[in-house]
Design a protein around this ligand. Sequence first.
Ligand code: NAD
Length: 645
Amino acid sequence: MTVTTLSRQGAIAIVTVNNPPVNALSQALRQGLWDAVATCDADPDIRAVVLICAGRTFIAGADVSEFGKPPMEPHLPDLVNRIEAAAKPWVAAIHGSALGGGFEVAMGCRFRAALDTASVGLPEVGLGIVPGASGTVRTPRLAGVAAAVELVTTGKPLGAAKAQSMGLLDAVVTGDLLQGALDFTLTALEQPLPLPISERPVAAPAPEFWAEQQTAIARRAKGEAAPLRALDCLRKATEAPFAEALAFERATFLDLRGSEQAAALRHVFFAERAAPRPAHLAGVPPLPLRHTGVIGGGTMGAGIAAALRDADLPVVLIERDAEALARGVANLRSIFDAAVKRGRLTADQAEARMAGITPSTDYAALSDTDLVIEAVFEDLSVKHAVFDALGRFCRSDAVLATNTSYLDPRRIAEGLPNPARFIGLHFFSPANVMKLLEIVPVPETAPEVLATGFALGRALGKIPVQAGICEGFIGNRILKRYRMAAESLLRKGVTIAKIDAAMRSYGFAMGPFEAQDLGGLDIAFLQREAARASGQDVPETLGDLLVRAGRKGQKTGAGWYDYAPGDRTPRPSDAVAKLLADRIMPTAAPTDIAAYLVAEMAAEGQAILADGIARNAADIDLVKIHGYGFPRWRGGPMFASGTRG
Ligand code: NAD
C-alpha cells in the first residue's frame, strides 16, 4: 500500500498521507515523506508543497506498534530536518490532531495551516518520555519559551485558535482545508519566506524563569520524571546551539524511553486502549442508548445524571418526593454552575444540559427509557422497592442498573421480571469527573446487556472495567486491604502522619488516613456494624474506635487528625494518640512503607484474579489509577509490584 501520494495543483504539489486509522508515523510513511521531498525538489515546476492527510486526522503521532522495536531508518528527527531543508517550502495542512511526531513534522514545514476544529500538541510526557524529534528545540524557536513550556511539560493538546494565538500555527481555516491551505500558500509565496524554524533565534527568558518553572512543575508532577526532564530540554534549547540542543533532547528521549516510568505509562496507555472494547465481547452488539433515567438525585445520582448529560443523553430524574426532587435538581444545577465557573462550560451549554433533564416523582415518566441507573440509599429494601417499580413501569427490554457499592447485585435483582436486563454499573464520586466505571454482571445478565454497559462507558468517556461479584468488587476490596494494612503499621508504632507522608511521596495526592478524613469514616463503619449485626465476625478496626468517639473526619472537625474550624490542614492529634494508646505495640515494621502498602494492594489483586473477580491484572491497575488516585506513572499496583499480567 502506498501511504503517500503526490498530485499537483498548478505550481503547488500536494503530498497526501493515507495511513489509516490515524496516519501514524510508520517506517513506510517516514520513507514516503522522505522520498516526496526528493521528488518535489527535483521538479522545477513545483514552487511549494502542501502536506495533507486523508481520513480523520493529520499525522496523529508515532506508530505505537513500533514501540519497543529497534528503530528503523529514516529516523524521525532526520525526516523533520529534511523537510525543513527542502528546496521548496512545505506547508502542513492540519485537521483532526497533529500530535507528537505529527506536530514535529508540521514544525519541519515552513508554514502550518489548520482547520478551526484541529488540535496540536506534544503529549510525550504522558508516555514518560520527551519529544524525540526536535519538539523541545523547535517549539521555543517557533512560539517562544513560555508557550513551549506549556505545550511540552503539560502534554495537553491545544485547540487551533489557542495554538494560533500562541504562534504555533500561521493560519486557521474553516470549510475546505485543502483549498484554504492552497490559498494560504499562494499568498505566502508572494512574500519573502520566513527562516526555517531551526535558524530562528530564541529569546532567553528572565533569569528567575527556570527556577520558578522547576518548582511549579515538580509540585504538579509529584515524582513523575518526564515533565522536569522536558523542562531541562527546553532550557538547553534556549542556551545551546540548535544541533547541540537536538542532541541533548535525543539523549534525554532515549534515556527516558528505557525507564521504568515510561514502561509503566506505556502499560497504562495500552490497558486504557483495550479496556473499552474487551475481546470477550467482540461481535456482541450493544443495545441502543437514546433515553436514560436515574433514580435518586443525591451525590451519585446527580453526578451520574450530569455525566449522561455531558454525553448529550436525555435524562429522566426520579426522586422519592417533591422536596427530594428539588434537591436533586439543585445538585445538578450546582454541578453545571461549577463547570461554568471553571470555564469548562459556557452558560448556554449549562442551560442546555439542564434542559435535557426531566425531573419527576412518577415512574411512568420512565416508560420510554433504554437504560435506568439506580442510585438510591444503600439499603436492600429501598432498592427492592425501586426495582419493583422499574419492573412494572419500564419497557421489558430496558436495561436496569444499580450503582450499589457493597450490596450483592444478585440480591437486588431478586424478583425482577427480566433479570437478563439487570447489571451493576458502579460509578465513582464525583461521577461526572471520575473515569472509572466498574461493570458488574449478575449470572443472568445477557451478553448484549454487558456490551451495553461497555458502550455506555465509551459514550461517557469512562474507563470501563468488568468486575465479578464479591464484597467491594475490585476497587473497594483492595481499598479495604490497603486500609487494614495501614492500620497494621499504625499498630506497630508507625505514626499516622508518617504513613500518609510515605504515600504522598510515592505519588498519591493523599495518604490513606487523610483520604478517610476527607471522605468520612462513618460509611465504612456503618457497613461493618451492619455486618456485625447480621452475625458476621468483623474484627474491630482502629477506625471503629475513632467513629465511636465521634471522630468521623473533616466533617466533624476531627478524624485521624484534628482540624481547626474552616481549615482542612490535618494536624496530628493528641486525642487520637490517647484513644489508640493501648492498641499500639511498637514492634519492627517495614521500613519502606509505600512498598509494603503497594505490595498489600497487589496481594489482594492476586486474590481477586484467583477468584475470577477481575479479568486481568491490567484491569486492576486501571481501577486503582482511575478510581483511587494511584499514581499513573507507577503503572498501578500490579505493574508496580511486578505482576505484569
Ligand atoms: P445519597 O444519600 O447522596 O443519595 C441517595 C438519594 O436517593 C437521595 O437523594 C434520596 O432522596 C434518594 N432516594 C432514596 N430512596 C429513594 C426512592 N425510593 N426513590 C427515589 N429516590 C430515592 O447517596 P449516594 O452517596 O448518592 O449513594 C447512592 C448509591 O450509590 C448507594 O447505593 C451507594 O452505595 C452508591 N455509591 C456511592 C458512592 C459515593 O461515593 N457516595 C460511590 C459509588 C456508589
